[in-house]
Design a protein around this ligand. Structure first.
Ligand code: PLP
Length: 362
């Protein structure tokens, strides 16, 4: 039992900025004098439309989305997008390129195989997903309708530090690093993100799509996964996840009030730098990913001893540093340090790692 808020290193759902939660709490029973909670509002009401329009505009502003691209919100999380991307974009040539650098890009490729021919442009499975390919290592199919990659591999703790150059529309799963740095959206055909890490409570995906790619869906695409229908109906073909969109708006306001994605990037570098510096100088802990592939959002590390790892996770939790166990398929530890994680949280973690190291040196 904790009396106060703790540092939650969960990979997602994960920490939301405290001012965002406070604002939501203040507005919970009576939003802006409407006499009701946002949860209770009709999505067709004027008050809700204003929330929706503002959230969309804020996302465009935060990521400098060019006029060529549309912002939509869809249900089904990022996993829904694994299917939506293939259903909507595969039709052009019936083929697509996928880089498999972790669990989610693998799942995305598997899903796409149901709807067309998937060519694996790179696969790091046999290297335990500890690496990210260089541009020259990508085996690109000149005939692909699109190239899909996962910008940050949440489970394995690796991140692409460059934007791949490809001869077709670029599609990126940015679930776990969206809003952590500026992105040149014009380079992408489509960006999607499950919102439960850097954006809002779980339950939807934010999608940014080049309008020229809208309207190419396979004929059997379910209406609910159609980008064309979603764009045409401004994300309100059916009842949208109204509260998630409101929460995303609050998070985006917080991002903008705190210096935008440029400031988020600076803080990201401070947090990740502190952790990796400690790990690199530690005689007990070591990083899981290759240095050149390291994620600045999900830091994966281990002592190399499963029992000691478990002890670390347990003792850290008792200190208010929770959810540090690695994903079951990767093992070890994982500290997810998204935008909402205060630098003090990482400092406390590093201090605890130092104490644990001293107490458990062999
Ligand atoms: C990079 C990435 N892609 C996709 C997913 C799947 O997201 P969802 O659970 O929203 O379907 C996750 C979930 O953690 C993720 O980290």
């Amino acid at each position: 039992m904790f009396e106060e808020r703790i540092y939650n290193f969960s990979a997602g759902p994960s920490m939301l900025p405290e001012p965002v939660l406070k604002k939501a709490s203040d507005e919970m029973l009576n939003y802006g004098g409407s006499g009701m909670s946002v949860m209770e509002m009709s999505h067709r009401s004027k008050a809700y439309q204003e929330i929706f329009d503002e959230t969309k505009a804020l996302l465009k502003k935060a990521l400098s989305v060019p006029d060529t691209h549309e912002v939509i919100f869809m249900q089904g999380g990022a996993t829904g997008q694994f299917a939506a991307v293939a259903l909507n974009l595969m039709g052009k040539t019936g083929k697509a390129d996928y880089a498999v650098t972790g669990n989610f890009s693998n799942l995305a490729a598997k899903e796409a195989k149901k709807y067309g021919q998937v060519h694996i442009a790179f696969d790091s499975t046999d290297r335990g997903h500890t690496v990210i390919p260089s541009q020259s290592e990508l085996d690109l199919d000149a005939d692909a309708s699109y190239f899909h990659y996962c910008a940050n591999n949440t489970i394995y703790g690796t991140e692409w530090s460059y934007v791949p150059r490809v001869p077709c529309p670029l599609v990126s799963d940015m679930s776990s690093n969206i809003l952590s740095r500026p992105v040149d959206v014009s380079k992408y055909g489509l960006i999607y993100a499950g919102v439960q890490k850097n954006m809002a409570p779980a339950g939807m995906a934010a999608v940014i799509i080049d309008r020229s790619l809208v309207g190419q869906e396979l004929p059997f695409t379910p209406t609910i996964l159609s980008y064309k229908t979603t764009v045409d109906k401004d994300s309100m073909y059916n009842t949208p996840p109204t509260y998630n969109i409101y929460m995303l708006g609050l998070t985006l306001k917080w991002v903008m009030e705190n210096g935008g994605v440029e400031a988020m990037e600076e803080l990201r570098d401070i947090r990740a730098g502190m952790l990796y510096d400690f790990i690199d100088n530690s005689s007990l802990f070591r990083g899981r990913a290759e240095k050149s592939a390291r994620s600045k959002m999900n830091v994966t590390f281990t002592t190399g001893n499963a029992e000691l790892d478990t002890k670390f996770v347990r003792e850290a939790a008792a200190e208010g540093l929770v959810s540090l166990a690695g994903h079951r398929i990767a093992g070890g530890m994982r500290a997810s340090i998204y935008n909402a994680m205060p630098v003090e949280g990482v400092k406390k973690l590093v201090d605890f790692m130092g104490k644990f190291e001293l107490a458990n040196k062999i």
